[in-house]
Design a protein around this ligand. Structure first.
Ligand code: ARG
Length: 298
């Protein structure tokens, strides 16, 4: 049965009843060999076509990869493909999950932009080579779903947070909820600069989240505050220009974040998190940062 959560009361019930899920200990990153800004499909890309410094991008990418390694995660690398400048944003092409019996699956995305549709088969092939079951959404019924850019697992709980409005449709979450048998908390995105849920909502741990409030409706904010006793709000400049909310906290304690997010880092520190700054400047030109440059895996 599909369970889409849009009310505070049901959310409280679902949070109390949700089964547990292990924290992912692996990530998949796509090498930036062919990363560039060649077209404009989000507001951050405007004015940046042709401006990526490839050497710098490679170096920034390696620092991020090493940070994940230092935090104890196993990093898999998939070779970037020519003709797919956005393939490096590996959070978008799929959504992996592990069922209660420990079987690993991946749900393949339906990319919103025509420029990115053909990235998906490369991920499917990788999953097949690594023993994952593959699931597809019904393309006759669903127009778009951009994987973990919009669908974020609650830390260690069998609950999915699903953003919609720009790159994914609410219909996708009905099917996901039914197929995976998990409740989905739906959040409408209303600010074009925050076009994926992972640009304005960073899961820190079971009880904490970092958000940019203006990206959400009042109803969405109510759901977020219902689920998380600690909600850290990123100021506009850090959220918009530095993509503070596209940070990644893989273990519920250490946060890898674009450098310069001073207010967010102060709040993280005050609340017991450790922050690790990296420079994602070349990737910000394309509207992405730490979170979307990797895919969390089991
Ligand atoms: N240029 C890419 C796009 O617009 C950036 C994707 C960033 N991914 C993310 N999950 N925020 O599709």
């Amino acid at each position: 049965m599909a369970e889409i959560i849009t009310s505070k009361e049901t959310l409280v019930e679902v949070l109390n009843q949700a089964g547990s899920m292990p924290a992912p200990r692996e990530v998949l990153m796509v090498t930036p060999d062919h990363f560039s800004v060649d077209y404009v499909i989000n507001p951050h890309m405007e004015g940046n076509v042709g401006t990526v410094n490839k050497k710098k991008a490679r170096w920034q990418w390696e620092v991020i990869r090493n940070k994940f390694r230092l935090l104890g995660l196993r990093v898999h690398e998939l070779q970037g493909e020519p003709g797919f400048p956005d393939m490096v944003f590996s959070a978008n092409q799929s959504m992996p999950y592990i069922d209660p019996d420990g079987h690993k699956f991946a749900l393949m995305s339906i990319m919103h932009s025509g420029h990115r549709k053909e990235e998906v088969p490369y991920f499917e092939q990788w999953y097949r080579q690594h023993g994952y079951g593959i699931c597809y959404l019904d393309e006759d019924n669903i127009t778009d779903f951009e994987g973990m850019g919009d669908a974020i697992w609650h830390f260690r709980k069998r609950i999915l947070w699903g953003g919609y409005g720009y790159r994914s449709s609410p219909k996708a979450y009905e099917e996901i909820s039914r197929t995976l048998d998990v409740p989905v908390v739906q959040l409408e995105l209303i600010h074009p600069s925050f076009y994926h849920l992972d640009t304005c909502f960073c899961m820190l741990n079971e009880e904490s989240v970092l958000i940019y409030p203006k990206a959400f409706t009042p109803d969405g904010l109510e759901l977020i505050h219902t689920a998380f006793p600690l909600v850290i709000e990123a100021p506009e400049k850090e959220a918009q220009e530095l993509f503070a909310c596209n940070a990644s906290c893989p273990d519920g304690k250490n946060v890898i974040i674009q450098k310069g997010c001073r207010e967010v880092n102060k709040a993280l520190k005050e609340n017991g998190f450790a922050f690790h700054e990296v420079d994602t400047g070349e990737f910000l030109k394309s509207g992405g940062s730490v979170f979307c440059m990797k895919l969390m895996l089991w």
